[in-house]
Write a protein that binds this ligand. Structure first.
Ligand SMILES: [Zn+2]
Length: 92
């Protein structure tokens, strides 16, 4: 069980998510498909690596310039979460 990531569903949008345990001991809900990323100080994306480390960088479309691959937090792409953000912006 320890080597397997556990799957679940987002309580907001119902999409499948994968729980990855980070080195900090927190379980992060991530999208089940991996992404390529380029490590970058101050990058806008947080990428959870399969070993539980969290990298900071930018998600890449192609592997050519990528540092490696990992998984992004589901909340970064969750449609339901984005709806909340839009509402907040509209209120300002
Ligand atoms: Zn969601």
């Amino acid at each position: 069980m320890r080597l397997k990531n556990s799957f679940g569903n987002c309580s907001k949008c119902g999409k499948q998510i994968m729980w990855i345990k980070t080195k900090a001991g927190k379980s992060m809900p991530c999208n089940p498909s991996f992404v390529y990323y380029k490590e970058q100080k101050g990058g806008k994306d947080r990428i959870v690596l399969t070993n539980g480390e969290v990298a900071v960088g930018t998600v890449q479309d192609y592997p050519e310039h990528a540092t490696g691959f990992g998984y992004i937090s589901h909340f970064a792409t969750c449609e339901a979460a984005q709806m909340f953000r839009k509402k907040k912006k509209a209120a300002v």
